[in-house]
Design a binder for this molecule. Structure first.
Ligand code: NAP
Length: 448
């Protein structure tokens, strides 16, 4: 592949996929996006921590060759022309298959422009692009754009958003037994109300759709409604549930729960549940038992070595993770349920600052911090890099480099339990020592 502006590492080989399995060389080239705002601060530390764990475990036999690719502010600086997601970036992820990224600025409101340095959204001046940001004075003000995160997921068909949630010893949190929650959420990433099929109240398209529903399908919608469409397909559901079940099999997990609101939305969420069970029975028959079978055939006693497949209604699931957290292991959800549920689980064990994530498809995987760019802390060497570091741990395990991943996770937990932490945790702990981002990283390396 020819790249316009990438500086390729001198050494390194490509990760390949063969028959759906990763073939990882000892020196894989892995692209990274630093990200906007605090991205460079947390990436610098994450890279050091990953490299140290790889070196300590494999003594030079394995090594990651990093390839910097660009999105957001760094792309604008390198490529110009408002090109915040260059072809180079998309092509490099496609070619090298596994990548990791920091957070990226995402416009939220209805303004015409956004500053990629401080994330301030603003309107044009006399109908023209502002020359400088009205808040921070930077020249990197670009026309409003759709989320780069969502864009990358769609372009690369990264259909599963995977979020492991567990408690790390010493992390302050709101529940009495945070250690009981240890789940991994597989959230469908491409469908549901996130498919982007929405019509504004009063628009011609909304009127047309409301008329169609009334005249053709005999369904009444108030004329002053905005309307959204919620597609959930057999294809989208089955590939997501397959990924969750494969994960459960490979990692000896005891159960997989399909989380849905099928009692109300029968043909979307209810179908998600039905297709999920169907897939489990079609493709994992000898490895699973459904909850129904457990009672009908096994008198409620779980047969040895099998995975229990069950389902829960979404609102009930929020209670379950609080009241009976240790009964859940892998959760498979449609897009919206998964969005709420993964954040609620993360909050339960001490907040989003530590939660890692990945977007994974059949061919490619993109690991990422789950928090945003926290622009007010840009360049201050202050914030907590744990979310990106733990995403790096996920990535190492995805490569099959489990020893290195485990070493980082243990060292990070030890560092937190020693009460040597960044400001966000320090302010919630008594007797803790406040460290800078880089110092926290050094401490983790020292604890390996
Ligand atoms: P945010 O960047 O997540 O920051 C909100 C607050 O969370 C921060 O002010 C800080 O709280 C805390 N925080 C976030 N990351 C932290 C870290 N690593 N260490 C310690 N504390 C941390 O959310 P936002 O301010 O709403 O969003 C800023 C920009 O990021 C927006 O453009 C948004 O759209 C984008 N965003 C991107 C992603 C992504 O790329 N995946 C995700 C979410 C948001 P305190 O001030 O209380 O210390």
């Amino acid at each position: 592949m020819k790249y316009q502006k990438l500086e390729m590492p001198k050494l390194g080989e490509k990760i390949e996929t063969r028959e759906g399995k990763l073939d990882v060389p000892d020196n894989p080239i892995i692209p990274f996006i630093e990200g906007d705002g605090i991205g460079p601060d947390i990436w610098r530390v994450t890279k050091k921590v990953i490299d140290a764990a790889v070196e300590k475990n494999y003594k030079g036999k394995k090594k990651i060759e990093w390839l910097e690719i660009h999105a957001g502010l760094s792309a604008l600086k390198k490529y110009g022309d408002d090109d915040i997601l260059p072809d180079d970036t998309v092509n490099a992820i496609k070619e090298y298959k596994v990548a990791i990224k920091g957070p990226l600025t995402t416009p939220v409101g209805g303004f015409d422009y956004v500053c990629l340095v401080c994330a301030k959204e603003q309107d044009g001046i006399d109908g023209k692009r502002p020359e400088k940001c009205i808040k921070c004075g930077s020249e990197y003000v670009t026309p409003r754009f759709r989320s780069l995160n969502v864009g990358l997921r769609q372009i690369l068909d990264l259909y599963a958003c995977v979020r492991p949630v567990r408690w790390y010893k010493g992390v302050p949190c709101p529940v009495k037994h945070p250690e009981k929650l240890n789940v991994i959420v597989f959230r469908e990433n491409t469908e549901d109300v996130y498919a982007g099929i929405e019509f504004q109240e009063g628009s011609e398209d909304a009127k047309k759709l409301i008329r169609f529903l009334q005249e053709e399908l005999n369904k009444t919608v108030r004329p002053d409604s905005g309307v959204g469409i919620k597609p959930i397909s057999v294809t989208g559901t089955k590939r997501l549930v397959r990924k969750a079940l494969n994960y459960a099999v490979q990692h000896n997990k005891p159960n997989v729960t399909l989380v849905h609101k099928g009692n109300i939305m029968k043909f979307t969420e209810g179908a998600f549940r039905d297709w999920g069970y169907e897939l489990a029975k079609e493709e994992f028959k000898d490895k699973i038992v459904t909850e129904q079978e457990l009672w009908d055939e096994f008198d409620g006693k779980m047969p040895e070595g099998k995975i229990l497949v069950k389902d829960r209604i979404a609102d009930q699931m929020f209670q379950q993770v609080l009241l009976r957290p240790d009964e859940y292991s892998v959760l498979a959800t449609p897009n919206l349920n998964g969005d709420y549920l993964s954040d609620a689980c993360a909050a339960q064990v001490g907040g989003l600052g530590l939660a890692p994530g990945a977007n994974i498809g059949d061919e490619m995987a993109l690991f990422e911090a789950t928090h945003g760019t926290a622009p007010k802390y840009t360049g201050m060497n202050k914030v907590n890099p744990s979310s990106l570091i733990l995403s790096g741990v996920m990535m190492l395990r995805y490569l099959g480099w489990n020893e290195a991943g485990d070493m980082i996770e243990n060292a990070l937990e030890k560092t937190i339990s020693q009460k040597t932490v960044t400001y966000d945790l320090e302010r919630q702990m008594t007797g803790a020592v406040k460290l800078r981002t880089s110092e926290f990283g050094e401490k983790i390396i020292g604890n390996m």
